[in-house]
Design a protein around this ligand. Structure first.
Ligand SMILES: NC(=O)c1ccc[n+]([C@@H]2O[C@H](COP(=O)([O-])OP(=O)(O)OC[C@H]3O[C@@H](n4cnc5c(N)ncnc54)[C@H](OP(=O)(O)O)[C@@H]3O)[C@@H](O)[C@H]2O)c1
Length: 270
């Protein structure tokens, strides 16, 4: 059991709190004591409904907890950490803020502070998130386990050893849901262009995306092998895949992910 303070109780904080306390939680860690502060009434009410204790200020929330989750917008993090540095110094601080480096946070808390930076993605809101985590040298093994347990409440987790890998993570799993949404959007439009009605197109595409992802998860075979397995020579799938290849889909995806990684680096440095 651990006590966790959420500074900011918006979308991602509510998702994590719900995962930790809700019946559908994935973490299996029962008995967490959660505290939350947010200036927005609706966020405080939502956090209270989930089961968190609402604190009167960020400071009060921090003082009641051993772990502090920074769940505010990235632009708010530097000033918040500066204002609360004295009370954060001895806690495990976990930041979910995109693009805010641990250097920025350690600059306020001192080089030995225990800070975990993580990059969740939007499907965390429906407990199928993918979160990559990075720990500074001041984080103990027990604290790493604690951090991983918390983020496991909203999906899968993995650790990166090098913080700069979080830029590539952002380009793959952070922005990735939008790439799949775009593919779904294009397939729905294509289905309609072939004469199917909008609702039929939507149902066919969404269930096919879910089925393909579930199969890839369940199988020991690579996505490349699964593709080969479902492609009969001279058949319909081959006709489509040859068109994707001829029009350069793999190269386009590589360039798109590269552009996202470069943009993530730029945003972290600004
Ligand atoms: N949503 C996602 O799927 C997702 C995925 C990956 C990473 N993240 C990261 O998660 C963080 C939060 O994102 P979100 O989508 O949850 O944002 P959000 O819904 O806007 O929640 C942030 C909350 O923090 C409040 N806040 C502002 N200043 C505060 C302060 N000084 N102390 C306490 N609370 C304060 C905001 O109030 P106001 O509205 O009044 O400012 C807002 O209610 C961001 O840094 C983002 O990069 C989110």
């Amino acid at each position: 059991m651990s006590s966790i303070a959420f500074l900011g109780a918006g979308n991602i904080a509510q998702a994590i709190m719900g995962g930790l306390l809700g019946s559908g939680g994935l973490s299996g860690n029962e008995g967490h004591k959660l505290f939350a502060f947010d200036p927005v009434d609706a966020c405080r009410e939502a956090a209270s409904d989930i089961g968190a204790t609402i604190s009167g200020s960020n400071r009060e929330a921090i003082e009641q907890a051993e772990v502090v989750m920074l769940c505010v917008k990235p632009s708010v993090v530097p000033a918040l950490v500066e204002a609360e540095a004295a009370s954060l110094k001895d806690k495990l601080t976990i930041s979910v803020a995109a693009g805010i480096t641990t250097e920025t946070i350690l600059g306020q808390l001192g080089p030995d502070a225990a800070v975990v930076r993580c990059m969740p993605n939007t499907p965390a809101l429906v407990k199928t998130g993918m979160t990559a985590l990075f720990a500074t040298s001041g984080v103990s093994d027990a604290q790493k386990q604690l951090a991983q347990g918390i983020l496991s409440a909203v999906g899968e987790t993995l650790w990166v050893r090098d913080e700069s890998a979080l830029d590539a993570v952002t380009a793959v799993s952070g922005s990735g849901p939008a790439y799949f949404f775009m593919m779904m959007e294009a397939m729905i439009a294509a289905a309609e262009a072939e004469g199917l009605d909008a609702e039929t197109a939507r149902q066919l595409v969404l269930q096919t995306a879910l089925g393909a992802s579930t199969m890839a998860h369940a199988s020991d075979e690579s996505p490349a092998q699964l593709r080969i397995n479902v492609t009969s020579p001279g058949g319909t799938t081959q006709a489509a895949l040859e068109t994707f290849e001829a029009l350069g889909l793999p190269d386009t995806v590589r360039k798109a992910v590269n552009a996202a990684r470069i943009r993530s680096e730029e945003l972290s440095q600004s």
